[in-house]
Design a protein around this ligand. Structure first.
Ligand code: ZN
Length: 475
């Protein structure tokens, strides 16, 4: 079987240049290189488009393969003519072209190739797309696939350093800021450093990007794109992520071996967009109903056509709402899988929604199939990375105290709705151990508990709650 790989990006702040280079010199060099990247990338795009145009007018037989190295030489001439850079800078960066091969290679491999497909140009000619363009604050891509290329290294004094191959030797050396990075990032960095030969059986550095943040005091960052075989993803079947499809937010995830959680604030902007669209649909529908119904009952000349005409934009809008929901579901499910992977969880537990009917009306996502779609997305994405998905009977999962296991029978939907404050559901408070917290987090923590269905059954007996009592499931 072919080995599966994951590609990820790790972001590190550049602490400072090493070897006595000042920030001022370093920044000047970076900005000069970045300007060349911007010029070369745009030159490539326009040149390619021109060739496509000639081919389309049958002036040339076939589109020549893009010679970015040739353009690199031309750009050097152009820069010299324009006197954009000083002579010293000119020779410092490169003698043969505007940019060194490590950047030109990376540009053609990772930045330009995707943009120069014929289908792209067709879209441009039809007016469906504009010519792709690069901004002056574009990232500087640097290759690291050849043995001679520089990669991350740990120095004897514990620094993580990299020689940036953005100019001629000596390459400027940077020190990464490795203090205060998260435990996951630290583990990733260790694995990258451990794979000295950059072999594809370990964490493999693919390419770097030097990026300046537009906010945050315009600091410089190094993005490391890396690849690793799926078999290195260590998933522990004892670590469980619980997912609660809640009322106040569509999804809340918690884990059974710590306090980590994934809540609504991660998706706030998308949620706002959906609410906005949904309000537009409601407003349109309302206005149509008052006018539209009349034209249906009265046999006027306008009759059907008028209604049809009004209906059409609503259908369009509703389609957009559905698309936005699917996008949201994709983002939600992707983030859940990321969350599980980052915590090494081998199992995801979520509510079994079968037989839940219209219980979900009035909740954030509004209708049942959207939850269904979300669960399907989570299921197939989990399967791809080898995470087991278990469906849990949701009864009492939102009324059990995730701290001590006591079931707070009064904390049902009616109670929560009655105690709603500023659009927020009431806090879950355990009458027994006095633990209190976000109700969605509490439910997610319960769902992340091993053997939760049995625990709840046992607890019901202990508290003398008749088990035959047929309860409509309450989320
Ligand atoms: Zn408790």
């Amino acid at each position: 079987m072919k080995e599966k790989y994951f590609v990820k990006v790790a972001k590190f702040e550049i602490l400072k240049p090493a070897n006595g280079m000042t920030w001022k010199e370093f920044r000047q060099l970076l900005m000069s290189v970045r300007y060349r990247v911007f010029r070369l990338a745009n030159l490539c795009v326009s040149e390619n488009f021109l060739q496509f145009h000639l081919w389309r007018k049958k002036e040339i037989d076939k589109i020549p393969t893009l010679k970015i190295s040739e353009l690199n030489r031309q750009l050097r001439e152009m820069l010299l003519e324009e006197k954009k850079t000083s002579d010293a800078e000119q020779t410092r960066i490169c003698k043969r072209g505007a940019l060194p091969a490590s950047i030109v290679d990376a540009l053609s491999q990772y930045k330009i190739r995707a943009l120069t497909a014929k289908s792209k140009w067709r879209d441009v000619i039809r007016g469906n797309a504009s010519l792709p363009s690069f901004r002056n604050d574009a990232a500087i891509p640097i290759c690291c696939h050849k043995p001679s290329h520089r990669r991350l290294e740990k120095t004897s004094n514990g620094n993580v350093e990299l020689e940036l191959m953005i100019c001629m030797k000596p390459y400027p050396r940077i020190i990464l800021k490795t203090e205060k990075i998260s435990g996951n990032m630290k583990a990733t960095l260790e694995r990258l450093l451990a794979n000295r030969g950059n072999s594809d059986t370990g964490y493999q550095q693919r390419f770097f990007e030097v990026v300046q943040d537009r906010q945050e005091g315009r600091r410089w960052y190094l993005h490391v794109t890396y690849k690793f075989p799926a078999s290195l993803l260590r998933l522990n079947p004892q670590v469980i992520v619980g997912i609660d499809l809640g009322f106040s937010c569509p999804l809340y995830a918690a884990i059974n071996n710590g306090l980590a959680r994934l809540g609504w604030r991660h998706y706030e902007s998308l949620g706002k967009r959906i609410r906005n669209l949904q309000n537009q649909v409601f407003a349109r529908r309302r206005s149509m109903q008052s006018g539209g119904n009349a034209s249906l009952t009265m046999d006027t000349a306008r009759g059907g056509h008028g209604r049809k005409r009004i209906l059409r934009p609503i259908e369009k809008l509703a389609g957009r709402v559905n698309n936005a929901y699917s996008t949201l579901n994709h983002q939600l499910s992707r983030s859940v899988i990321e969350f599980a992977k980052n915590h090494g969880a081998g199992v995801i537990q979520m509510e079994n929604l079968e037989g839940l009917k219209e219980q979900l009306t009035g909740t954030f996502l509004g209708s049942r199939w959207r939850y269904h779609e979300l669960q399907q997305f989570i299921e197939y994405k989990a399967k791809e990375v080898g995470i087991e998905v278990r469906k849990i009977n949701p009864q009492y999962t939102s009324r059990r105290c995730s701290e001590c296991g006591y079931i707070n029978i009064k904390f049902d939907r009616a109670f929560r709705d009655a105690n709603r404050k500023d659009g927020k559901t009431a806090k879950f408070i355990c009458p027994k151990c006095k633990w209190e917290g976000d109700p969605d987090y509490n439910a997610a923590r319960n769902l992340a508990t091993l053997d939760i269905e049995n625990l709840i059954r046992q607890q019901l007996i202990n508290q003398g709650i008749p088990s035959e009592r047929e309860e409509t499931p309450v989320l």
